[in-house]
Design a binder for this molecule. Sequence first.
Ligand code: IVH
Length: 672
Amino acid sequence: MSASAERRIAALRDEIHKHDHLYFVENNPQISDEQYDRLVAELRSLESRHPELITPDSPTQRVGERPLSGFKQVRHRVPMLSIDNTYSPDEVRDFDGRVRKLLEVSSIAYVVEPKIDGVAVALRYEAGALVLGATRGDGETGDDITQNVRVIRSIPLRLGGDAWPAVVEVRGEVYWPRKAFDETNRQREATGEPPFANPRNATAGTLKQLDARLVAPRKLAFIAHGVGEIDPLPAEVDRYWLMLDRLRGWGVPTNPHTRRFDDLEALLEFIAEWDAQRHKLAYATDGLVIKVDRFDYRDRLGNTSKSPRWCIAFKYAAEQAQTVVESVDFQVGKLGTITPVANLRPVLLAGTTVRRASLHNFEQVERLDIHIGDTVTIEKAGEIIPQVVSVDGAKRVPGARRVAPPSECPSCGGPVQKDENGVYLRCQNPSCGAQVVERLRFFCGRDQMDIEGAGVALIEALVAAKLVHGYADMFRLHERRDDLLKLERMGEKSVDNLLAGIDAAKSRSLARLLAALAIQHVGASTAEVIAEYFGSLTAIAAADESALQQVEGVGPEVAGSISRWFRSDAGQKTIAALQSAGVDPKQTRREIAADSPFAGKTVVVTGTLKNYSRSQIEDRLKSLGAKVSGSVSKKTAYVVYGDEAGSKLDKARELGVATLSEDEFEHMLTRS
Ligand code: IVH
């Protein structure tokens, strides 16, 4: 092993940690994404040549390799308690009175922090390296979610600086920033998955995923709000305010809105002002947490059975309003999902007039027992879309009609059926008018075929005038110029613009076209890998489920959905119509020899090869139809090894997995 490689690896890691911190914690990137990627690429390449130098705190090691079969339990050395809530300034005064009385002092310094609506976690650092992430659980014992916290980019894998105690347990909140949450929901809706209703519950659900690869793309974030075990506790850090300074110095994100007050009246003023401020944050908050600053005071105050006596939460009243359900519409989505939506008597809530609220699904309608004419309470949970939270049964008018699930599609009258999970009702008629409009809207949308000028109103008009029935008809509109001119608000100029937009869309990539077809479970990234692998609509249509599963990241569910779509009558007609309208993009395809001995096999590469860099061998294997994996298991078909191969080769031999030296690998290819 060369000492210079070791030094360069250490320098790269420091550099990358520094830029991660600048980007994810300070929000102040100082190099371009490209420069950053180059650093990571160099580190990866060095590590692949010196796998013995890979350590778990290397920035290349964020994503867990294998899904877990369950979570280990961990005991908290310092219990994770909850906090008592208060809802009025008077209750905060009472709290302050209790604290001063117990301590027999006349005034107390408090630290006040936003209360983030997320999930509490404990992060344990030993010798500066992250060794454990745990949920609160019941306060005594939680789940070991280390794999999942490692993929949260604002959580340092290693503390910065060097003056950290041997054990540092940081506690804080994992939360879902609004923008990332909305982005995930947009993607879910695009692939026909139900959107998450509430960021906190969805965060909790995400942290309980056994496969960290599902956690990473959700872009959760972390902010510290306390510490557990610190050993040794530096003598000069005798209050929380100073501890926050230390945490910041170690690269741990803390809340920039944290304030310290010597005076209760100033603190109460801040509480009043903050109500307006908090809406501007990038995450949902429902209040503030007020904490005694001095640690010795905290110790003297101690805990009740549930919560510490030294802190209290101030919660702003949930923003609620009462109104009346005037009617309920059933909206039909592009995949036929029927969503009940309440039309409300307009009411002002948190600064906006609310007229409609999604009821999500019929299970929810039943749970709330909503009748038309009911007086309901609506709420902006985490200040997102308004939700109906309850029905005031006492105000129900006699003869009020229940909201029953429709027995046929409200748009086309076609048959409806509950989905696999029994929660969503779907219209089963693929040529249902509402579905057609929704699908066309999606097809023409900016992230798909991006047809300029094809907005909702136009699409509805085109469908109503029977000028368009399916996607391909869009590309034949130039033959219908006269009919287009007869549509409302369509003059020569708008027709020209529309036709030019359609013409430009003809050359969109295969990946975009595939994503635009609104096949369940096929979003932009899945479409991209499939397009790259198969190269044309015809090739995708010819692939059966097992062929589809050869594509990295495509499992049985996705493969089944694609295969069903391409085999369906409607799917086949759609493809034929698109092709005959001249829409048949090709993508350069990786050629896979039919007799490749690696087709469909999982292969692991380890050590340094003579003739290939790591990415070259991986590309080569992929072009031979192999799935390349980073870890050896019983499912591995071959381990290809080079010089200085380490534990992966040992493990392969242990499990009886076939191993190939580089020469043997080449030999196998010439033979086949
Ligand atoms: S301090 C003894 N500070 O709220 C518990 N908690 O409702 C000390 N939370 O379990 C916790 N923001 O998950 C603290 N700035 C903040 C917080 C915060 C959110 C959560 C935390 C806690 C829950 C209690």
